[in-house]
Write a protein that binds this ligand. Sequence first.
Ligand code: GDP
Ligand code: MG
Length: 163
Amino acid sequence: MLPLVALVGRPNVGKSTLFNALTRTRDALVHDQPGVTRDRNYGVARPEGMRPFAVVDTGGIAGEDEGLAGATARQARAAAEEADLVLFIVDGREGPSALDDDILRWLRKAARPTLLVVNKTDGIDVRAAIAEFARYGFEDVIAVSSAHRQGIDELLEDVMKRL
Ligand code: GDP
Ligand code: MG
C-alpha cells in the first residue's frame, strides 16, 4: 500500500487542480478494493526521485440534504481519518472563510499530520496571503499556485519529509 495524502478543503480552492498537478494525467486510478468509497478521486503521484504516494481529492461527495458546510466537513473528516498526511487547501486570494473554519475543526478532531497549503498565490503578495491564515496556528504553511505549478516541488519535498 502506498502512503495516502488527502486533499481537503472547501469547494473551489483548487483541490482538483492540485490533484492534477501532483498526479499528472498519466496515472491510473487506484484503490479498487472494496470498502473504499468511490465518491473520492484517487490517483498516484510519482515525483521524480521520490517515493510514490497515493492522493485523494475529496471534492466528489455530494451533500444535497444537509447543506454545503456539513457535507464539506464530512468529506474532510472521512478523508483525514484514513490519510497518512492531510493537505488542508485554502484560497490565498479570498482568505479564511467560515467553511475553512468548519473544516479546520474536523481536522483537529481527526488529529492527522496536516500541512496548510495556501493556493492561488500567483500574482499576489504571498506573505500577506499566508499571514491571513496565521490564526489557524499551523507551523507548516506552503504557498503554491496549482494552476501555474509554482511551489509544487517545495510542497512535494515537505510531503516526502512527512510520509
Ligand atoms: P476544487 O473545487 O477545490 O476542486 O477547485 P478546482 O481545482 O476545481 O479550481 C477552482 C477554480 O480555481 C478553477 O477555476 C481553477 O482554475 C482555479 N484555480 C485553481 N488553482 C488555481 C491557482 O493556483 N491560481 C489561480 N489563479 N486559480 C486557480
Ligand atoms: Mg474539485
